[in-house]
Write a protein that binds this ligand. Structure first.
Ligand code: IMP
Ligand code: MG
Length: 176
């Protein structure tokens, strides 16, 4: 079990909020007055979704789906488990997927493929707080992200270790 005192701070709360504010401004410029469906990928993206959405000025609807790919270890399984993926009719809508982190990219690819298979959306963009690009196994990129990160196991601000530490307001890491 990791202790919170073992965590090293990678991004503190102020820096996270600064970057989210900037991203919100970018999205406001991009979408203007157009309506956007935000799709929050639970559970990890909940903090990011809540904080980012407060900066958005266009009409938004919030949807929450639940996918999982990590077990209780430090490595992505590469398999995506759709725990609850019920979505409204997204045909003709602008859709913005909100993720905490893109690691191997399997989760992101699964979700983009799922939406494209089931709906003819007007626009589909992928927004991730963190981009762990060095770990990518499939060809997918975030349209928007706040921080690029190294190959470290991160916790906090939604990211968990065995379900814990999602609530801490900064992003920390443990050496494995
Ligand atoms: P991917 O399918 O490998 O891209 O993994 C994506 C999911 O794995 C993310 O949505 C996270 O929930 C989880 N994940 C990836 N890296 C980390 C990490 O460093 N800490 C905690 N969870 C992670
Ligand atoms: Mg996630």
């Amino acid at each position: 079990m990791i202790k919170e005192s073992d965590l090293k701070v990678l991004f503190d709360s102020n820096l996270i909020q600064q970057e989210i504010t900037k991203l919100g401004q970018t999205l406001n410029k991009t979408y203007g007055d157009e309506e956007v469906y935000l799709i929050c990928v639970l559970k990890g993206s909940v903090m990011f979704m809540v904080d980012l959405s407060k900066h958005l000025k266009m009409p938004v609807k919030m949807e929450f789906i639940r996918l999982s790919s990590y077990g209780s270890n430090f490595a992505s399984s590469g398999k995506v488990n759709a725990v609850d993926i019920s979505l409204p009719d997204l045909n003709g809508k602008n859709v913005l997927i909100i993720e905490d982190i893109i690691d191997t990219g399997h989760t992101a690819k699964f979700l983009v493929d799922f939406i494209n298979l089931n709906f003819k959306v007007t626009d589909l963009k992928f927004c991730s707080l963190l981009d762990k690009r060095v770990k990518r196994e499939v060809d997918i990129d975030a349209d928007y992200y706040c921080f690029e990160v190294d190959d470290k196991f991160l916790v906090g601000y939604g990211l968990d270790y065995d379900g814990y530490y999602r609530n801490i307001p900064y992003i920390g890491y443990v050496e494995v």
